[in-house]
Design a protein around this ligand. Structure first.
Ligand code: XIL
Length: 313
């Protein structure tokens, strides 16, 4: 049995990652846990549109590179997050629409992907394009109003910009197979595969809480997407209250699907979480391991790692 999350996931060819915030890289408790436990990194905010292109045509990778360089210097791979999104747009982009916005989106994808060409294992090309609720509709946004084909244009642009990166569509509230948003995302991915739009993976954010609880049909969802011919990944996992059994279930769901590439939790300690009041992560504020940590590690090790197999081997 392995003693860290990353090494334990690697036993089955998977990774275990975390979101990293550049502002916390001077906190030695944070960096010692992150450096020890994880082998994949997502920049929590630093590769978003407002951070990387604060003025139109003027790219700034200083914070993004701090996260990227810390990851690589510590032997980790990097997921890119995210290139086209309705949220965290810089002011100049928020005020664009139509063909001008379409060109700005294309230029942004080209600018960021050129900077990291060959260095990012997976890019979240498009984030959160579907609406919540029962409609199964696209989310209203300036990008959506630029034309329904904005998502496929983003993916085609991304493929040309860096053919070595896996290109992912990423969303939340798409883990429960019965939800309309999940079905809408499934229909889009199926259509993209049928028409040859370049898509390699689907990211399930997996922010589970009382309004969006974990359901055991998540495994069915992962299996059904994988059957379309894309990889799947759990990209921003946090669970309200961090119940050990739910963390184990999610881990086992990924392990049950051969095309599940790995799991990323959305922060290190509860105090690092965007939803810290929910105490949703694997480490306490003092850096100690929670019960959920042990449950995940044991699952990655193939069952309860504290006990040897009954047959002794
Ligand atoms: C969140 C960050 O964690 C916060 O620090 C920031 O204020 C807002 O964004 N879905 C996503 C992530 O794809 O980028 C979001 O991250 C959480 C929800």
């Amino acid at each position: 049995a392995e003693s860290t999350l990353g090494a334990a996931a690697a036993q089955s060819g998977r990774y275990f990652g975390t979101a990293i915030a550049s502002g916390r890289l001077s906190d030695s408790t944070y960096t010692s846990i992150a450096g020890r436990e994880f082998n994949m990194v997502t920049a929590e905010n630093e590769m978003k549109i407002d951070a990387t292109e604060p003025q139109r045509g003027q790219f700034n990778f200083s914070s993004a590179d701090r996260v990227y360089n810390w990851a690589v210097q510590n032997g980790k791979q990097v997921r890119g997050h995210t290139l086209a999104w309705h949220s965290q747009q810089p002011g100049w982009m928020q005020s664009l629409s139509g063909s001008a916005l379409r060109q700005a989106m294309i230029d942004h994808i080209n600018g960021v992907m050129a900077h990291y060409k060959g260095k990012i294992v997976q890019w979240d090309v498009v984030n959160e394009a579907f609406a919540d609720g029962s409609s199964g509709a696209r989310r209203d946004s300036n990008l959506q109003r630029s034309g329904n084909d904005w998502i496929e244009v983003a993916f085609r642009t991304a493929r040309a910009a860096d053919p070595s990166a896996k290109l992912c569509y990423n969303d939340y509230n798409v883990e429960n197979w019965t939800w309309a948003k999940t079905q809408a995302m499934y229909n889009m991915v199926r259509d993209f595969k049928q028409r040859g739009v370049p898509i390699d993976c689907v990211g399930f954010q997996s922010h589970f809480n009382s309004g969006s609880p974990y359901n055991s049909n998540f495994r069915t969802t992962l299996q059904n997407f994988a059957a379309l011919g894309v990889d799947v990944a759990i990209t921003e996992l946090d669970i309200q209250g961090a119940p050990a059994s739910t963390y184990a279930n999610v881990t086992n769901d990924c392990l049950a699907v051969s095309r599940c590439l790995g799991i990323t939790v959305w922060g290190v300690r509860d105090s690092d979480s965007w939803r810290s009041e929910q105490t949703p992560l694997l480490f306490n504020n003092d850096g100690s391991k929670k019960a959920a940590y042990t449950a995940v590690l044991d699952a990655l090790n193939g069952g309860a790692s504290s006990e040897p197999p009954a047959d002794g081997g």
